[in-house]
Design a protein around this ligand. Structure first.
Ligand code: ARG
Length: 439
C-alpha cells in the first residue's frame, strides 16, 4: 500500500502508530459496509472528470474498468479492507495507484474525503431505507394475509392488561399490519427526503472546476443535489438521524408485537404456541422452553434507540467538517444491521405461530360484553350514562353472551365486522419494491 494520502514530501512525521490507531478506531472496518457505494460514486466522479476534460477517454476507460474490477473482487472476497489502510477512501486510491500508476491518483481531483464519505453514506442510506421499506411491506403482507385467514378466531381485547371487550385475532393482526404499512411509508418518505447528492462539494467549499454535478448525481440515481457545500457537510449525521428515526418507528412496533407474543405465549395466557424453531431451553431447568427469539426481537428497539442517542451526542458541532463526524458511522451501521436482521425474521415467525383458539374463547368471560350491552341500550334511546350504570349494576346477566354475534355487530369501519382489509391491501400495493443495485 502507499503512504497516507495526506503525507507531504519532506513533511513532519505526524502521528505515530499509537495515535494512528486511535484516529482510525474501527473506521476502516466500518468502511467495509460502505466500500461498494464508495466505488460506485468514484466511478461516477471519474465520468464527471472525463466530461470536463480532466481525464481523457482512455484514462477514464481504464479507471472505470479498474473500479469495476475492484468491486467484483471485493464482492467475491478476494480484496480485503482493513488496517493498515486508514479508511476505505485511502484504500480505493491506493489500489488504483498500485494497478494504474500515476493515473490512479488522478481520481481524487476535485473531491475531498469529506464529500466522498458523504456521498457513500447517502447511497448507503438510500439502500438501507429501501430495504427497510421492503421489510416492512413483507411484514405487513403476512399480517394482512393472516388477518384474512384468521377472521373467525375471537380473542379478548385488553386495556391496562385487563380484559376489556371481545375482539378478534384478525383485529390484532390487522392492527399490526397497518402500523407496518405506516412504517414502510415513513421509510419511503425519508428516503425521498435525503435523496440528494453531496458529491462535488469537496471539503465543504466547492472547487475551482466546472464539475458536472447534476450529471454525476443523475448517474448515481439521485433525485437532486445538495447545492450548498456547507450544507452538504452540516447535514452529515442529521440525515442519519432521520433514517434511524424511520428504523426506530419499525422497531418500536416490532417491540410491541414481540411483547404481545411473549405474553400470549405464557402458560397464563396460553393464546399462542411459538414454533420450536424460535425457542430455546434452560441450562438448568429441564422443563423450560423459552421464547428467546421473540425477546431479542423486542430488544432490537433498545439497540436502535441507544444508537440514536450516541449519534445525537456527536452532533454538538459548529459548521463544516470535523473528525468527530466519523463517530456517527458506528451507531448508524449497528442500528441498521441489527434492525434489518430482526425485521427479516418476522414474516416467517408471523406465518408460523399457532393460535390456541380454545384458550382465547375461554378468556372471553361474560362481563366483557358490558360495553356492547350499554351501547345497544343507548342505540334504543336510553341516555348512554344511564345505560352504562344499569349494565354496571348487573354485569353478569343479560342474554347469554354470544361472541360471534358481538363481533358481527361491531360494524364501525375498521372494527371486527368491517375490518376493511382491502383498503389496507390497497395501501400496501402502493408501495412499490425499491430497485437498488445489490451491494
Ligand atoms: N473517516 C472519515 C469520516 O468518516 C473520512 C473523512 C476524513 N476527512 C478528513 N478531513 N479527515 O469522517
Amino acid at each position: 500500500m502507499t503512504d497516507f494520502l495526506w503525507r507531504k514530501d519532506g513533511g513532519e512525521a505526524g502521528p505515530d502508530e499509537v495515535v494512528m490507531e486511535f484516529l482510525a478506531g474501527e473506521d476502516v472496518q466500518l468502511d467495509r459496509e460502505l466500500l461498494l457505494f464508495d466505488l460506485r460514486a468514484s466511478a461516477a466522479h471519474a465520468n464527471g472528470l472525463a466530461q470536463i476534460g480532466i481525464l481523457d477517454d482512455e484514462e477514464n476507460a481504464r479507471l472505470q474498468a479498474e473500479l469495476r474490477a475492484l468491486a467484483e473482487e471485493y464482492r467475491a472476497g478476494r480484496l480485503a479492507l482493513g488496517p493498515p489502510f486508514e479508511d476505505g477512501h485511502s484504500a480505493i486510491e491506493s489500489w488504483l495507484s498500485e494497478r494504474l500508476g500515476a493515473l490512479g491518483a488522478k481520481i481524487h481531483t476535485g473531491r475531498s474525503r469529506n464529500d466522498q464519505v458523504a456521498v457513500a453514506l447517502r447511497l448507503y442510506l438510500k439502500d438501507r431505507l429501501g430495504r427497510l421499506q421492503d421489510a416492512c411491506v413483507r411484514v405487513a403482507t403476512v399480517l394482512l394475509e393472516r388477518a384474512q385467514r384468521d377472521q373467525s378466531i375471537p380473542m379478548p381485547g385488553y386495556t391496562h392488561l385487563q380484559r376489556a371487550m371481545p375482539s378478534s385475532a384478525a383485529l390484532w393482526l390487522a392492527g399490526h399490519a397497518e402500523a407496518f404499512i405506516d412504517n414502510a411509508e415513513l421509510a419511503a418518505l425519508v428516503r425521498g427526503w435525503l435523496d440528494a447528492s453531496p458529491l462535488g462539494t469537496a471539503s465543504g467549499f466547492g472547487v475551482n472546476l466546472p464539475l458536472p454535478r447534476q450529471a454525476v448525481a443523475a448517474e448515481l440515481g439521485f433525485a437532486r443535489l445538495v447545492l450548498n457545500p456547507q450544507c452538504a457537510q452540516n447535514s452529515r449525521g442529521k440525515i442519519e438521524l432521520q433514517a434511524m428515526a424511520a428504523l426506530a418507528a419499525a422497531t418500536l412496533d416490532l417491540r410491541r408485537l414481540a411483547w404481545d407474543l411473549s405474553l400470549f405465549a405464557t402458560r397464563e395466557f396460553g393464546f399462542v404456541r411459538l414454533p420450536p424453531r424460535y425457542c430455546t431451553g434452560s441450562s438448568i431447568m429441564p422443563n423450560k422452553n423459552n421464547p428467546d427469539t421473540v425477546e431479542l426481537l423486542r430488544a432490537t428497539h433498545a439497540v436502535v434507540v441507544g444508537a440514536q442517542a450516541e449519534l445525537q451526542a456527536v452532533l454538538d458541532l459548529p459548521s463544516g467538517y470535523h473528525r468527530d463526524l466519523q463517530a456517527t458511522k458506528a451507531p448508524l451501521l449497528r442500528a441498521f444491521r441489527g434492525g434489518l436482521q430482526a425485521l427479516a425474521l418476522l414474516p416467517e415467525l408471523l406465518e408460523a405461530f399457532e393460535w390456541q383458539e380454545d384458550r382465547m374463547r375461554a378468556a372471553i368471560t361474560p362481563e366483557l360484553f358490558a360495553t356492547d350491552r350499554a351501547t345497544r341500550r343507548a342505540a334504543r334511546g336510553q341516555p348512554f350514562r344511564e345505560a352504562y350504570r344499569a349494565v354496571a349494576a348487573d354485569l353478569e346477566t343479560g342474554a347469554a353472551p354470544d361472541v360471534e354475534a358481538s363481533l358481527a355487530e361491531r360494524v364501525s369501519l375498521g372494527a371486527c365486522a368491517e375490518p376493511a382489509l382491502e383498503l389496507l391491501a390497497e395501501r400496501l400495493r402502493g408501495l412499490k419494491p425499491t430497485a437498488e443495485a445489490p451491494t
